[in-house]
Design a protein around this ligand. Structure first.
Ligand code: PEP
Length: 253
């Protein structure tokens, strides 16, 4: 089973999101035993499309962020329960834009991840090194550090409770995807580390997605790699045609 997950970032109004899902509803549903489809819209669009019922039942929804608390006086924050009330099942934690632009700390991300897990949301924990870190030979150290802090004290019953996305920062939104060997290398390291941290069979069954300038032209080669359980896709997930192509590619693996 491969996952095709679209991260819409800060794009799409309610109208635009509705138009996207209407177009997806018009296409033949993919084989859900072959491909798991997820979209991470902004909160406003997610709430609206969830209520209008325009989302086909084979597309699962996720939030791009979540509060570190369950409820309370936290202006601007959105709780796991609110996200779940829109029918969403997943949440991104530690996307590089939140780590590097919003400056979210390792401790905050750990609290967000724990809060999501406790509510029964599936965190998609994003990890990845910057180009400077890779050039300095620190890729493994950075990724392991992000996994260690994000998952500190976490115990899971099964691998379906968590997803990890390897997203090298230098590949996000740049048009330059990581080479197949770089992806395999990073995913193998992540897999081994997850097994160490969470034990097996949990660690060996957590899906690991690749993200970073995925598009229809390069996805077949990437999603076909043995260590890759799917893609987390930004830019190419915004257009229904391109997203449908990505789904069809994953379905054929
Ligand atoms: C992302 O937003 O997680 C991402 C990988 O973006 P893009 O596909 O545009 O590189």
């Amino acid at each position: 089973m491969k996952t095709v997950a679209g991260n819409w970032k800060m794009y799409k109004t309610i109208e635009q999101a509705t138009e996207f899902f209407s177009q997806m509803s018009g296409m033949a549903a993919p084989r859900t035993d072959k491909v798991n489809v997820l979209i991470f819209p902004n909160y406003v669009a997610m709430g609206a499309v969830a209520v209008s019922g325009v989302v086909p039942d084979w597309i699962h929804l996720g939030a791009q962020d979540v509060a570190a608390e369950a409820e309370g006086a936290f202006t601007g924050e959105v709780s796991p329960q609110m996200i779940q009330s829109a029918g969403a099942t997943h949440v991104l934690i530690g996307h590089s834009e939140r780590r590097h632009i919003m400056g979210e700390s390792a401790d905050l991300l750990h609290r967000k991840l724990s809060n999501a897990l406790q509510a029964g949301l599936i965190p998609v924990l994003c990890v990845g090194e910057t180009l400077d870190e890779r050039d300095a030979g620190r890729m493994q150290e950075v990724i392991f550090g992000q996994l260690d802090t994000g998952l500190a004290g976490v115990a899971l019953q099964n691998g379906a409770q968590l997803t990890v996305a390897y997203e090298p920062v230098w590949a996000i939104g740049t048009g330059v995807n990581a080479a197949n060997e770089q992806i395999e290398d990073a995913h193998r390291l992540i897999r081994d580390h997850l097994s160490q941290l969470l034990g097996n069979p949990v660690g060996s069954s957590i899906p690991i997605l690749y993200g970073g300038s995925v598009k229809p032209a390069n996805f077949a080669a990437i999603v076909g790699l043995p260590s890759v359980d799917g893609g987390l896709i930004g830019g190419a997930s915004l257009k229904p045609d391109a997203f449908a192509e990505l789904i069809a590619i994953a379905e054929q693996v």
